[in-house]
Design a binder for this molecule. Structure first.
Ligand code: IMP
Length: 426
């Protein structure tokens, strides 16, 4: 029996979906613990492409149970659209997808406020996905939200929507100069969605803890990445949930002493979507080359991702706060054509060399990366399935990333498909 956690080590989009898909082969249950439809996993199986936002990628393997935990915020409309895509691709969801009744519901008003808020902030915007994530989590912590168990109680649901809209309408009208929403209309819309959601809502905490007692293997899937964590990321340029491995216990109701391995997923370089500090960002033709080769455009919003070199201090920080046991390194093949590569080993801050990220986040705003240069390997690693197939220069690069990250690399991904993977030690 093992409860293993997959966590992003950078700013999200590390390719966790593919790694979850591979590892889910050995796990009976795959459980998503935080975030919402702001995430976007693209998984390619036998040439068929699936874009998943909420449903754990374990759904793509027959017989696996997929759980959406209480730490996730669920947009029913987006969930149904995703399910339609899965059904069209021949994937069954009935009886295989179970959503916690404690997960909070994203309403259209949350998405509206998310977008209006960003527009109002102008230059100071966060660059959110506009999926209503921040407003839904703020309502949850403000004890104003709509958890799914309200769906079963008409009076409670109606009263919660009324209380929520009393405040939101005042904000919409007076602060955002937008139109107020009719609580009765919103109630009717939520009721219709609630009826469609009902078959998927179940006791996820029991499924997971019974699974632990029965010796099942459970894979906990994190969304976004360590540097977007609400407490430990580059605040305020973060998402509104706990993306780090500790979030798995909170968002699923699993005790910390049941967690086994923590697998960090890191790209062989770095990307970031939205605003906020990014010390190793490349704004030149090399950054553009990586963006094109890596198809670095968001699966959720289509936005171009900012690209940069691998950041050692970020990787060490992720290893430290997540307790990473192993790393899955992704998108190595994207770097195949580069003449030289850089890896950030430290930052120069006010004349001092700093090797670790401290709690003083302002450092990242001004940090100048200190690089170690590597020769490019200038040949294709795409589709490699064995470590021995890799060129020596790529092996040197990988060894150095491992050293910088202070954790062992156990998987190397060399392409989009399931098969383009090197599993070390096998
Ligand atoms: P929100 O999660 O939509 O509130 O966006 C907050 C920040 O997190 C923005 O910079 C987003 O671009 C970023 N973000 C949210 N989800 C993802 C993701 O899945 N991958 C990468 N960045 C994300």
């Amino acid at each position: 029996m093992a409860v293993n956690v997959i966590v992003g080590m950078q700013w999200g989009d590390e390719g966790k979906g593919k790694i979850v898909d591979i590892l889910s082969e050995d796990h009976e249950i795959v459980a998503r613990y935080q975030g919402g439809a702001n995430a976007g996993h693209t998984v390619v199986i036998a040439g068929k492409k699936f874009v998943l936002h909420l449903v754990p990628s374990g759904i793509l393997r027959d017989g696996k149970i997929c759980v959406i935990g209480s730490g996730v915020v669920v947009d029913p409309e987006s969930l149904f659209a995703e399910m339609e895509q899965l059904h069209a691709g021949g994937v069954k969801t009935d009886g295989r997808l179970v959503i916690s009744p404690r997960a909070h519901c994203i309403l259209p008003v949350h998405k509206e406020i998310d977008k209006a808020n960003e527009a109002k902030k102008g230059q100071k915007k966060i660059g959110t996905t506009g999926k209503g994530i921040g407003p839904t989590y703020s309502d949850k912590t403000g004890r104003l939200g709509i958890p799914m168990f309200y769906f079963a109680d008409d009076a409670k649901l109606r009263s919660a929507i009324n209380s929520l809209l009393e405040i939101k309408n005042s904000l919409l009208v007076n602060f955002y100069s937008a139109k107020a929403l009719d609580p009765e209309k919103v109630y009717g819309e939520v009721k219709a969605l609630a009826a469609k959601m009902a078959p998927f809502i179940g006791d996820t905490r029991k499924i997971l803890n019974d699974g632990i007692k029965d010796g099942k293997n459970i894979l906990c899937e994190g969304a976004q990445g360590t540097m977007l964590d609400l407490d430990h990321g580059t605040y305020p340029y973060v998402t509104s949930s706990y993306t780090i491995s500790g979030g798995a216990c909170v968002g699923l109701g699993i005790p910390p002493n049941r967690i086994g391995k923590i697998i960090g997923v890191a790209k062989a370089y770095t990307t970031r979507v939205g605003e906020g500090p990014f010390p190793t960002e490349l704004t030149d033709s090399v950054g553009q080359h990586i963006q094109e080769e890596g198809n670095e455009f968001g699966a959720t919003t289509g936005r171009a991702r900012r690209c940069g070199w691998f950041d050692g201090p970020v990787a060490r920080y992720a290893t430290e706060i997540n307790g990473i046991n192993e790393i899955a390194l992704t998108k190595l093949d994207v770097l195949d054509k580069l003449k030289t590569l850089n890896v950030c080993v430290a930052y120069k801050v006010g004349g001092k060399t700093v090797e670790r990220i401290s709690d003083d986040l302002s450092i990242l705003e001004t940090a100048q990366p200190v690089y170690r240069e590597f020769d490019g390997w200038n040949c294709s690693t795409a589709g490699s399935t064995l470590y021995s197939q890799l060129p020596d220069k790529a092996k040197l690069y990988i060894d150095f990333l491992q050293e910088q990250s202070e954790a062992a690399i156990s998987i190397i991904s060399t392409g989009r498909g399931r098969e383009a993977t090197i599993v070390l030690g096998r």
